[in-house]
Design a protein around this ligand. Structure first.
Ligand SMILES: [Zn+2]
Length: 297
């Protein structure tokens, strides 16, 4: 009898130990705690393979003077929800002796964008790409390539259709924010710079400018047009650029050059090496558009 109880208590102890073991094992922690909300740092951490760029974070008003691309870890909506400022920091504009900003609109494009990225890499220079949302949707890998190579990305609206974009300041901002979300889904960050398709002249009223400012976008124009939108050949594109540069001394200190990497712009790709050579020979510094970039004019 005593022996029987002895065996039973040993079995009991073994079961108890087994129970403690099971409860303490990691399996018991696999049940998600639904009350736990992710911390800000968990949401906002930029991706591991982050390039050499600057991020707007909670503290928006501390920006080092630099020549790096700038990205925001929050969308405008997320800033508002967290009661963070959408204001841009005031920063001393950068005027170098000779500065050139190469900008490419309407991409990414599977033919032209990779070729342009390769030319920029060969020349060890950075440029700025204003992306259209519909193309961002189609070619997310190209968006990543532009970003990880350390170039600047700008917002060129969701669909680039003038009659939809320029219905009102509200529809314009909606298009920017739609594109922001697409870009942020790919990169975990979004641009603060934007460029109005076709330019702001004849499209923007003062209300557009006011809304852009309160939402914290930097609208970026240009002061040299490569003329690559009108089926110009590579030689003519280079000629356009040189002749405009020679006409205005301001463009020798502060040049923002408009080009396109969208579909059908193979001639821009062909002209690019000589365009870069021209500016290199003249001793220009190549920079990306950021908060320190002065207005085009
Ligand atoms: Zn465009």
């Amino acid at each position: 009898m005593l022996k029987k109880y002895g065996i039973l208590s040993i079995i009991g102890i073994i079961l108890l130990i087994a129970l403690i073991f099971v409860t303490a094992s990691p399996l018991s922690f696999a049940v998600p705690n639904i009350q736990e909300t992710p911390s800000i740092s968990a949401i906002t951490k930029p991706s591991k393979d982050k390039p050499d760029v600057y991020y707007f974070t909670e503290m928006n008003n501390v920006i080092p003077t630099n020549d790096k691309p700038e990205y925001d870890i929050f969308t405008v909506q997320e800033r508002k929800e967290r009661q963070l400022t959408t204001n841009l920091p005031s920063i001393e504009p950068y005027y170098g002796k000779k500065t050139i900003y190469l900008t490419f609109d309407d991409g990414p494009d599977p033919e032209n964008t990779p070729l342009i990225l390769a030319i920029l890499q060969e020349n060890n220079i950075k440029a700025t790409f204003f992306l259209v949302g519909t193309e961002v949707n189609k070619y997310p890998e190209l968006v990543k390539q532009i970003y990880t190579a350390g170039h600047a990305i700008g917002n060129h609206t969701y669909n680039h259709i003038y009659r939809e974009l320029y219905q009102s300041p509200v529809t314009y901002i909606e298009q920017l924010q739609h594109n922001d979300e697409l870009i942020k889904n790919i990169l975990t960050v979004r641009p603060r710079i934007s460029r109005a398709p076709g330019g702001t002249a004849g499209h923007f009223t003062t209300e557009y400018w006011r809304r852009l400012k309160t939402e914290g976008y930097i609208e970026v124009g240009w002061n040299i047009s490569s003329g690559d939108a009108s089926n110009a050949k590579a030689d003519a594109i280079l000629e356009n650029i040189i002749s405009q540069t020679n006409k205005n001394t301001f463009l020798w200190s502060h040049a923002i050059l408009l080009m396109h990497d969208g579909r059908g712009h193979g001639e821009t790709v062909r002209a690019l090496p000589s365009i870069i050579n021209f500016y290199k020979e003249q001793g220009f510094e190549f920079r990306v558009i950021n908060t320190a970039t002065p207005p085009a004019w």
